[in-house]
Design a protein around this ligand. Structure first.
Ligand SMILES: *Cc1c(COP(=O)(O)O)cnc(C)c1O
Length: 374
């Protein structure tokens, strides 16, 4: 039996491993110099002023919702086709999640549906660069400007992707990247918020570390003095994670090149194959190809999934519409809310993409898929 091909996984080399080992031998395992160095590497790569690293992407989204001032009674619009964390972060702050339907062709949140869901209570938008394809961020920023909303871009899939030649992370008020092992680069667990806004930056730092603010040294208070001025969390990244991240960032562009190459091979091989709808790419965007998602027009998706898995090919499905999960159903969200997303979900299938895939692996995926959908 051929080896299992996973849909996504980390690509690590000896240099990455050595970077972590070196940090293990250093005085600082956490709260040391590697965090700032990693934040600077990300800020420089994107071209933004500030970056704040978190223990994971979900914590980073929580921080962004805090910085944006989301609270009870506020509505936040996001996509139903995303990982639950894009919506959960709103709930952590007591806000209400509003799901706006996706565009049938590019699977990202539809700006017209954002408009349709605006109310007097709307406070923020969390658009998701699903599969690594950037959202129509200019249009979304225009809506936000008109209605005085904060835009937190969920770029968990899209580190290194570009929109109109600009890197994801340069346009929204705050952008989150995740460093989970399947994401573009990894720190094992990890996340970050990038922003050009100094007020958000300060709030993010405070939230990440118990709500503590460093106060300027004053003679009468003593050198140990600090103040906890709001309720925060311990959401810090460790120096071990940051050291891995710094090493991984050197390879990001190569990783993305490889992902784009794989996507091209899939597109070429599957174009015109009956029963397969390929993912449409927006003009003026360059995806990072975190995922390659097709739709099966006629075949039984579950059967194709099962037979591909039986052939040791790690196909997947991203994602179950978020409000279908029992937690959201119990909050009163009903099936049928976003019909485009639901119809898309029933046909969707994720093909494996990661930098470690060999040509033999890719050929195996393509040939097996063509066999199984017949
Ligand atoms: C991975 C992911 C997250 C959460 O990131 P973690 O680092 O796993 O907490 C959020 N949104 C999307 C779209 C993701 O894929």
């Amino acid at each position: 039996m051929s080896e299992f091909i996973s849909y996504g996984r980390q690509s690590l080399d000896e240099e990455d491993i050595q970077a972590v080992v070196d940090t293990l031998r250093s005085p600082y395992l956490t709260q040391g110099p590697k965090i700032k160095e990693f934040e600077q590497a990300i800020a420089d790569y994107i071209g933004v002023k500030y970056a704040v690293a978190f223990s994971n992407g979900t914590a980073a989204l929580h921080g962004a919702c805090y910085a944006a001032g989301i609270g009870e009674g506020d509505e936040v619009i996001t996509s139903p086709i995303t990982f639950a964390a894009s919506a959960n972060c709103v709930r952590y702050m007591g806000g209400t999640v509003v799901f706006a339907d996706i565009d049938a062709e590019n699977y990202n949140i539809d700006p017209a549906q954002i408009r349709a869901n605006l109310t007097a209570k709307t406070k923020a938008i969390i658009p998701v660069d699903f599969t690594g394809q950037p959202v129509e961020i200019d249009e979304i920023m225009a809506i936000a400007k008109e209605h005085n909303l904060v835009v937190i871009e969920d770029g968990a899939h899209s580190l290194g992707a570009t929109y109109k030649g600009r890197k994801v992370g340069t346009t929204a008020d705050m952008t989150m990247f995740s460093f989970h092992p399947v994401k573009p680069v990894t720190t094992a667990e990890g996340g970050i918020i990038v922003t050009n806004n100094v007020a958000y930056y300060k709030k993010l730092l405070q939230f990440r570390s118990h709500g503590i603010e460093q106060v300027p040294y004053s003679q009468d208070k003593g050198g140990w003095y600090y103040e906890m001025t709001d309720l925060g969390y311990n959401y810090r990244m460790t120096d071990l994670q940051a050291a891995l991240g710094i090493s991984q960032m050197k390879k990001l562009d190569t990783f993305i090149e490889q992902r784009r190459k794989i996507a091209k091979i899939y597109t070429k091989a599957l174009q015109g194959v009956e029963g397969i709808i390929l993912p449409k790419q927006l003009e003026q965007t360059e995806s990072g190809w975190h995922l390659y998602m097709i739709q099966l027009e006629n075949a039984d998706r579950k059967q194709v999934f099962d037979t591909m898995r039986a052939a040791n090919i790690g196909v997947h499905v991203h994602y179950i519409p978020v409000y279908w999960h029992p937690y959201y159903q119990q909050l009163g969200y009903e099936k049928g809310l976003c019909p485009v997303a639901e119809a898309w979900y029933e046909k969707a299938l994720t093909l494996p993409v990661h930098p470690g895939l060999t040509n033999t692996d890719i050929t195996r995926v393509i040939q097996t898929l063509k066999e199984k959908i017949r």
